[in-house]
Write a protein that binds this ligand. Structure first.
Ligand code: URA
Length: 204
């Protein structure tokens, strides 16, 4: 019988294979035409913290790795401010293929890719889900029955919401998207503060 480590690896590999072959996605044709990659996710399969962004950008689609461009550098700095490395956490997105010209993902694209994210959550069983930006915040809060507490991200970033997952209690922490910090210094400061609450939440 397969041990838990191999089982998780295998289940995540199945997700990867399915996304690679997701011909029914409106983003599939563009991916193949541009010879770029889907971005499934990266990090520890036992991560206590899962970060969920929006969708891959140009660098991510070129490499198949999440948050490897300028926003990723911000994320790395924020992680190290709370003594975390990428290899301690799991980083993924709701939408696994790049919407062209960095446009926002459409509701249909979110609907098409969200079941893969749902499965990643069940496999990895994070204790804390930190959403990056409003798309993943909205999706995750609704998914975990927190619709009544959903407010604009400017009002609820850095707040911890408790929810019940199939595998036990999970804390949801909405954060601004690291890309906003590239253009706005005050939002970088906000993100730094919110990462402190992430550090506190993890150690509780
Ligand atoms: N922005 C995202 O939301 N995800 C990435 O992987 C990169 C940039």
């Amino acid at each position: 019988m397969m041990n838990d480590k191999d089982k998780r690896k295998e289940l995540l590999r199945e997700i990867k294979d399915e996304v690679i072959n997701l011909k029914e996605s409106p983003l599939y044709e563009e991916r193949t035409k541009n010879k770029v990659f889907p971005v499934i996710g990266e990090g520890s399969h036992y991560a206590k913290v899962m970060f969920i962004g929006e969708a891959p950008g140009k660098n991510e689609a070129a490499t198949g790795r999440p948050f490897c461009g300028a926003a990723g550098k911000v994320l790395d700095d924020l992680l190290s401010s709370v003594s975390l490395a990428r290899s301690d956490v799991y980083v993924t997105n709701i939408v696994k293929d790049r919407p062209s010209l960095n446009r926002d993902p459409s509701p249909g694209e979110i609907e098409m890719y969200a079941p893969f994210l749902d499965r990643q959550i069940v496999i990895i069983k994070p204790k804390v889900i930190a959403t990056l930006g409003r798309f993943s915040m909205e999706y995750i809060m609704k998914k975990f029955g927190l619709s009544s507490q959903l407010k604009p991200i400017s009002q609820i970033h850095g707040h911890v919401f408790k929810a019940e997952a199939d595998y036990g209690m999970v804390k949801i922490l909405p954060l601004y998207h690291p890309a906003v910090a590239l253009y706005n210094n005050s939002e970088l400061e906000t993100l730094k503060k919110d990462f402190k609450s992430l550090g506190d939440t993890i150690s509780q």
